[in-house]
Design a protein around this ligand. Structure first.
Ligand code: NAD
Length: 358
């Protein structure tokens, strides 16, 4: 499949395919945009059915990273890496070192981190062959795992959406449905239960459901979670969940979750608006992980990080207000906000260049 003809191609700066025959590594790195800084984004390992699926995923995810960092005010560009492999079967130290060499070959234009199918121990092995890995820090303040920070950012986002929709940010007594009891889903469950929400949750993995039930969540059939009659639907599993089949069946008043690329296509965001459902754009509400990584890199305190995380609520307020004022989807307003920041950066660079040439 041609990259340029892909529907997910969005003027990506570079897309690099790599095979290492010795270890069986097959991977793609996409650099979407490096205007704000080096392309930052996790490395995902997934048993894609085809290389076309892997390409589609890396193109969409890397674009989302550009927008995520831009809205969160971070000095990073957008990039992503995918390894076409089953993490339970194919992950070997040799393959991870080969992936590290692939990342290294870009000389720092791409910086990698954790994503689905990859953990901090895997990143540590990759870091044997490249310095361009972040999220390894298990130091004084932060852990290497970004999911607690992502969950906290989503929690602030849910509060912002509740305030906008109901006039009160209080989570107490609100009904919430979480799709996916993974790393983010379970951390978020803790925060919601502690704040007094009634939470139902679905997952395909029984062990994760047992953990969720022990924390006080009601377990629901995964086939029914998206149609739950709740105040807030929280997608924390995979992308594309808001699509032709589901968009008109959603009962929640608010959708606010961590999963990347929740809208299968932009028109699904428009349809949510028509139905009066408030949607928190994923790349805004799920920026907690990358914000955490930034503060790890700077050696900042947790208080500094948490202040930045709380800014997710401020960005969402601007987006919700903009969408209502302009009569367009929240996703479009969020993308415009990201592009404004990118354009400002180009403008400043051009100004600097002009004055340097004078
Ligand atoms: P994870 O792999 O730990 O958890 C995902 C969970 O979803 C798993 O338990 C899986 O069994 C479950 N799941 C898969 N398909 C499902 C289905 N159809 N119905 C119900 N459950 C299903 O991943 P995570 O780290 O918790 O991330 C969740 C989502 O948030 C992903 O889309 C990820 O890309 C995104 N995200 C995560 C972070 C982070 O810091 N971990 C940051 C930004 C975005």
């Amino acid at each position: 499949m041609s990259v340029f003809e892909s529907t997910s191609f969005d003027h990506h700066e570079q897309v690099i395919f790599h095979e290492d025959s010795q270890t069986g590594l097959r991977a793609i790195i996409a650099l979407h945009n490096t205007q704000l800084g080096p392309a930052m984004g996790g490395c995902r390992m997934y048993p894609y059915a085809s290389s076309a699926d892997a390409l589609e995923d890396v193109l969409r995810l890397s674009r989302g990273m550009t927008y995520k960092s831009a809205v969160a005010g971070l000095p990073y560009g957008g990039g992503k890496a995918v390894i076409i492999a089953d993490p339970r079967r194919d992950k070997t130290p040799a393959l991870l070192r080969a992936m590290g060499r692939f990342v290294d070959s870009l000389g720092g234009r791409y910086i990698t981190a954790e994503d689905s199918g990859m953990g901090v121990p895997d990143l540590k092995i990759m870091s044997e062959t490249t310095p361009y890995v972040v999220g390894l820090d298990e130091g004084r303040c932060h852990g290497g795992d970004p999911s607690p920070a992502t969950a906290l950012g989503v929690f602030y986002g849910i509060q912002a959406a509740l305030r906008y929709h109901y006039g009160s940010a209080s989570v107490s007594g609100r009904k919430v449905a979480i799709q996916g009891a993974g790393a983010v889903g379970l951390h978020l469950l803790d925060l919601l239960i502690e704040a007094g929400a009634e939470v139902e949750i679905a997952d395909l993995n029984l062990a994760r459901l047992e953990l969720a039930a022990a924390k006080g969540a009601r377990i629901v059939d995964p086939k029914q979670i998206l149609q739950a009659e709740v105040d807030v639907l929280v997608p924390c599993a995979m992308g594309g969940v808001i699509n032709d089949k589901t968009v008109d069946t959603i009962q929640a008043n608010i959708i606010a979750g961590s999963a990347n690329n929740q809208l299968l296509r932009p028109e699904h965001g428009e349809r949510l608006r028509e139905r009066g459902i408030l949607y928190a754009p994923d790349f805004v509400i799920n920026a907690g992980g990358i914000i955490d990584i930034y503060h790890q890199q700077q050696g900042n305190t947790l208080a500094q990080r948490d202040q930045h995380l709380a800014g997710i609520a401020d960005s969402l307020k601007v987006i919700f207000e903009g969408a209502e004022a302009e009569g367009i989807s929240c996703e479009r307003v969020a993308e415009d906000l990201a592009r404004q920041r990118l354009n400002r950066q180009v403008f400043t660079q051009e100004q600097n260049l002009t004055s340097a040439l004078r």
